[in-house]
Write a new protein. Structure first.
Length: 449
């Protein structure tokens, strides 16, 4: 058994879905479960429609919905899915009109709306595989993936989910290709939830671990994990192999190619994860395993995260009083805002966040016991590699390579496989180019291409 997850661009059109069918057909002997994202940018579009509706802009919302409906009808033409696509869009129409009346978008309603992308795409892909002669069976992910009630960021309840996956999916795979939507799930009452943006990767690994798959494949629009974000640095190398912890760290620090939680279920069952390109299926991709072969290059890849805000928090009592850190973190906890990087001195704490939704409230609470200054328009550059702990000159080389770019904050050691720095957003491109040139001039051919 294998799990094959196809992202938005890999199912963005009838043509793309035809490529998916070819890729799946070539692997039928491995008993695939196919997990699909919403087609193209459908999730973004659904969320924009919802935002229009709650803002009272019903007309533009309905116009965008009609466009989205036409897109789905066009790309699924000839598959015999017209009625079911139509029914889903009628439900959406009612939901959108309801939002325009209520003028309130709760997390629960957000999930109800955004789930339609994967609900519809999975039906279309299943029909397409059947049209190509495969015995494809659609499973509604909401009937097997059970989560808590944290709408838009729900966490799976693994015992129940694994039981359902084993009982439902495993027997089906003897005779069918199972097709299901990523990202979507339901809570114990059967109410639709989602796993967070980019969560279809996570669905794939939840399913893979639940059924005990031999491999989890993430099919996307790049050749694998690359040595730098291709939107910042075109022409980076393909990472042939890396460890689970390296992949998780890269994902957490901005390598969007993988949802950060993806490797967790895979680690638990030691299931290899492979990132592959659905436009170039012949490329080997990136293999993510627990224990990759030794590599002479000190770092595996450079990730980056934009839109970072730095808070400098200085204790008004001059000395860092006992309990100061606890009080700070309690504030961030209360506003469900996670901290990415942290540095402390005797009287001050600097930390970064990327979610600034609650920043004014956080700032007000911190100012009750500290002086707070805020810097915006920053970025994190994060070099990741298990070798960082073994090489003693990585930071020296990194700072020399930066050649005049002054990091606002540096962190090394927390996981021993990452060296991160905060730089001005305006310096991001140059920082990555310089670091990449320094560390990937002659990458080890056993681990990079
Ligand atoms: P999908 O829709 O298939 O889930 P995503 O857009 O979520 O695809 O992820 C793939 C994208 O991740 C790539 O197109 C690329 O722009 C981006 N990306 C960022 N960092 C990296 C990296 N280090 N290696 C590969 N891709 C990366
Ligand atoms: N469609 C969802 C999103 O755009 C999930 C995914 O594609 O992984 O976030
Ligand atoms: Mg993705």
């Amino acid at each position: 058994m294998i799990v094959m997850k196809f992202g938005g661009t890999s199912v963005e059109s009838a043509e793309a879905i035809a490529r998916v069918a070819g890729i799946v057909r070539a692997r039928l002997d491995r008993k695939p479960v196919v997990v699909v994202s919403a087609m193209g940018k459908t999730t973004n579009k659904l969320l924009a429609i919802a935002a229009d509706a709650v803002a009272g802009e019903l007309k533009p919302a309905l116009a965008k919905l009609a466009e989205l409906r036409e897109f789905h009808v066009r790309e699924s033409a000839g598959l015999g899915t017209d009625d079911v696509v139509e029914a889903h869009f009628q439900d959406l129409d009612a939901l959108v009109r309801g939002l325009a009346v209520m003028r309130e978008l709760t997390p629960r309603a957000t999930d109800a709306i955004s789930a339609y992308g994967e609900r519809i795409s999975s039906l279309i892909v299943a029909a397409h595989l059947r049209r190509c002669g495969m015995n494809a069976a659609h499973v509604d992910s909401r009937s097997v993936i059970v989560t808590d009630r944290r709408h838009t960021q729900a966490a799976p309840l693994f015992d129940e989910t694994n039981r359902r996956l084993r009982e439902t999916l495993v027997p089906m795979l003897d005779h069918s290709v199972v097709v299901m939507g990523g990202f979507i799930a339901s809570n114990e009452d059967g109410v639709t939830t989602t796993l967070g943006r980019g969560g279809s990767d996570y669905t794939a690994s939840i399913v893979g671990a639940g059924i005990g798959a031999e491999e989890i494949q993430i099919w996307t629009d790049v050749d694998g994990m690359l040595t730098a974000d291709p939107t910042v640095l075109p022409g980076a190398h393909r990472v042939k192999v890396c460890s689970f912890t390296e992949a998780a760290e890269l994902a957490y620090f901005g390598a969007k190619v993988l949802h950060p939680a993806t490797v967790l279920p895979a680690i638990e069952k030691n299931i290899p994860v492979r990132i592959l390109n659905s436009r170039r299926p012949e490329v080997e991709g990136t293999l993510i395993v627990s224990d990759p072969p030794p590599c002479s290059t000190p770092i595996r890849s450079i990730a980056c995260k934009r839109n970072i805000t730095l808070l400098n928090i200085v204790s008004t009592r001059m000395l860092m009083a006992h309990g100061f850190l606890r009080r700070i973190f309690e504030v961030f906890d209360r506003y469900e805002t996670s901290v990415d990087m942290l540095a402390t001195s005797e009287v001050s704490v600097s930390l970064t966040i990327d979610n600034t939704r609650s920043l004014p409230a956080i700032q007000a609470e911190l100012e009750a016991f500290a002086e707070v200054s805020i810097e915006k328009d920053l970025a994190i550059v994060c070099m990741v590699g298990e070798n960082i702990r073994r090489c003693d000159n990585v930071s020296a080389r990194a700072f020399t390579a930066l050649d005049g770019i002054r990091p606002r904050m540096v962190s090394q050691g927390a996981s021993q496989l990452n060296l991160s720095m905060v730089v001005a957003a305006a310096d991001l491109q140059r920082a990555i180019e310089s670091l990449h040139r320094e560390f990937f001039r002659t990458p080890d051919p056993a681990s990079f291409e």
